[in-house]
Design a protein around this ligand. Structure first.
Ligand SMILES: [Cu+2]
Length: 200
């Protein structure tokens, strides 16, 4: 009983010893195989990176870092309408109103800190979840407090602008241009412009 056990273990030891030499040779081959595999992966990665983005492809970590760096230098907060024209309007008809759509096109939340306009004849309010916030005017003319309104990634909100063509009195006729500014932590301030041709 004890003899056969000894013999068995002896045989297995010999078997293991017999395998040791080819195993170490295989070990060296494995290194080459792994090296070649890494090279193929690296080349493959370059080829994939060089290809134009196919639809629905998950962005790589490198691409996401690049996108986030790009967002810091420009802005995460975007609009499909940087310029709007009311066209011909009259003081007699009173105030005119327009809503600009704005979107957080980034992957991080954006906080809108301040909202103000370029002139006392214009006010702007943020409309989020269907609710309009307080309307703000021109710095120096009315207080412009910090509002800190968060916009989630992919979320859309609106900026409602009200222009009073009669605010400047009879001298306020002719073509006008105004700018609404949204200061935010997602990059450069977002500027929304509008124009109108004012008649009495
Ligand atoms: Cu004005």
């Amino acid at each position: 009983m004890s003899k056969s056990t000894t013999m068995k273990s002896g045989a297995s030891m010999r078997k293991a010893a017999g395998h040791s030499t080819p195993k170490s040779r295989f070990g060296r081959n494995t290194k080459y195989v792994l090296g070649a595999g890494a090279l193929i992966l690296a080349v493959g990665g370059l080829v994939i990176a060089a290809k134009p983005d196919p639809v629905n492809r998950t962005p790589t970590a490198v691409e996401m870092v690049r996108a986030s760096a790009a967002n810091k230098s420009s802005s995460q907060l975007t609009t499909t309408q940087t310029k709007f024209s009311f066209g011909p309007i009259s003081m007699a008809s009173g105030k005119v109103k327009h809503r600009y759509p704005i979107t957080n096109a980034g992957t991080e939340p954006v906080v809108i800190s301040k909202l103000y306009t370029s002139c006392m004849c214009t006010t702007a309010a943020l409309v989020k979840d269907g609710k309009a916030g307080e309307a703000f005017g021109m710095p120096g003319h009315t207080p412009i407090p910090t509002i800190n309104v968060p916009i989630k990634p992919g979320e859309q909100a609106f900026v409602e602008v009200v222009f009073d063509p009669a605010a400047h009195g009879p001298a306020g006729v002719g073509p006008i241009e105004r700018v609404v500014t949204l200061e935010n932590n997602g990059g450069q301030p977002l500027e929304l412009e509008f124009a109108a041709l004012v008649s009495p």
